[in-house]
Design a protein around this ligand. Structure first.
Ligand code: PLP
Length: 385
């Protein structure tokens, strides 16, 4: 695969060397982390080391971090009625932004009747006026808004949203799966009561994630009951190697965050300047603050599935809109919520970069795009002639 260029980092990332090394070491540990003997204590040490690293990376207390099987499970664990701040009434309903990941839109353990959606602007930013309306004079709600969108990369005004939610007596869950390790943030500054992260978006293994709770949050209902692991918040023998890999990846991502930001900013500009040379190019959310690794774009008449295959044949891995799950091309619910019609939504192609992306990869991607778009535009001219 070495002759290929990978532009699908928001779907998943390659494993970092630091994570691989930690996982190989942890795989050789014989003990169960719940056992009191030396072997058990050694496994426990790896888990607690990772817990501390990840909790500190998001400005939280290690005891408030619950390891899960990934972002999806962390979101499902977070979204349940009954959550409350000490002494306050529990949340009864769920309000989610319309651009959330499918695992949030599914609503966790709320009934569908108890779920409402917040609209977004044409730029893909959550409409805070609408949020206020949805909360005003109503029973307390759990609100879920992502910090950065996985398709457009648009960064959401979480601290402002938190102010509105808390003033209305609600709680805020933040899905930070995409921005974790890419932009610096602290749970306290965001005002998040619950926060989701996932290992495989930052160079850790797939199948590990965490839900982080703010101090003083009560009423978390476990999804898995049985053993008392994770302070009885998530039963089951811990995935020691996966957790060790997550911790190592988080430390590596945080250590190289500032230099990476500068590098990605330059690469994103090079990429988007190149894309804009094609007449009619739309880069979604281009007028708002976005993750520096993410570019969602289209031109009128483009079919995303054709583009994805075309790029693939040219040796470049890209994805269409929200192809996070099945590889099926469906119109993007994110672009639909932003007010773009289905034709545009079905043509969106996502290019996402990471720490091993180089100028040469960007140039190769642009060359493939010139060929693909050239063929498309030629066909369109023929059809209208
Ligand atoms: N939330 C967001 C924003 C995502 O992009 C993803 C995965 O693409 C998830 C949640 C799910 O995370 P996981 O793949 O670890 O279940």
């Amino acid at each position: 695969m070495s002759d290929r260029a990978y532009f699908d980092w928001n779907a998943t990332t390659p494993l970092r060397d630091e994570a691989r090394r930690a996982m190989i070491d942890a795989l050789d540990l014989p003990g169960n982390a719940s056992s009191v003997h030396a072997e058990g204590r050694e496994a426990r040490k790896w888990i607690e080391g990772a817990r501390t690293a990840i909790a500190h990376a998001v400005g939280a207390l290690p005891k408030n971090l619950v390891f899960t099987s990934g972002g999806t499970e962390a979101n499902a664990l977070a979204l349940a009625p009954g959550l409350r701040r000490d002494g306050a009434p529990p949340v009864e309903r769920l309000v989610v932004s319309a651009i959330e990941h499918a695992s949030v839109l599914a609503g966790g353990r709320f009934s569908q009747a108890a779920i409402e959606r917040i609209g977004v602007t044409r730029d893909g930013i959550v409409d805070l006026g609408h949020l206020r309306e949805l909360l005003h004079g109503r029973p307390p709600a759990l609100v879920s808004i992502m910090l950065a969108n996985n398709e457009t990369g648009a960064i959401q005004p979480i601290a402002e949203a938190a102010g509105i939610v808390h003033a209305a007596g609600g709680l805020l869950h933040v899905d930070a799966v995409q921005p974790f390790g890419k932009i610096p943030f602290e749970m306290g500054e965001l005002g998040a009561d619950l926060l989701t992260v996932s290992a495989h978006k930052i160079g850790g293994p797939k199948g590990v994630g965490a839900l982080v709770l703010a101090e003083g949050l009560a009423g978390l209902e476990p999804l898995l009951r049985g053993g008392g692991q994770e302070l009885s918040r998530r039963a089951g023998t811990e995935n020691v190697a996966g957790i060790a890999g997550f911790g190592a990846a988080a430390m590596a991502a945080m250590a190289c965050l500032p230099p990476e930001s500068g590098r990605l900013q330059r690469l994103q500009k090079r990429l988007e300047d190149g894309l804009q040379l094609t007449p009619g190019t739309i880069v979604f959310s281009s007028s708002v603050q976005r993750l520096l690794n993410t570019t969602l774009f289209t031109i009128p008449g483009l079919r995303a599935e054709t583009a994805v295959i075309g790029f693939d044949l040219a040796g470049i891995a890209v994805s269409s809109g929200s192809a996070c799950s099945s590889g099926k091309v469906q119109p993007s619910h994110v672009l639909e919520a932003m007010g773009f019609d289905r034709d545009i939504g079905q043509g969106a192609v996502r290019l996402s970069m990471g720490w091993s992306t180089r100028d040469a990869d960007v140039d190769r991607c642009l060359e493939a795009w010139r060929n693909l778009s050239g063929r498309l535009l030629k066909g369109q001219r023929r059809n209208t002639a």
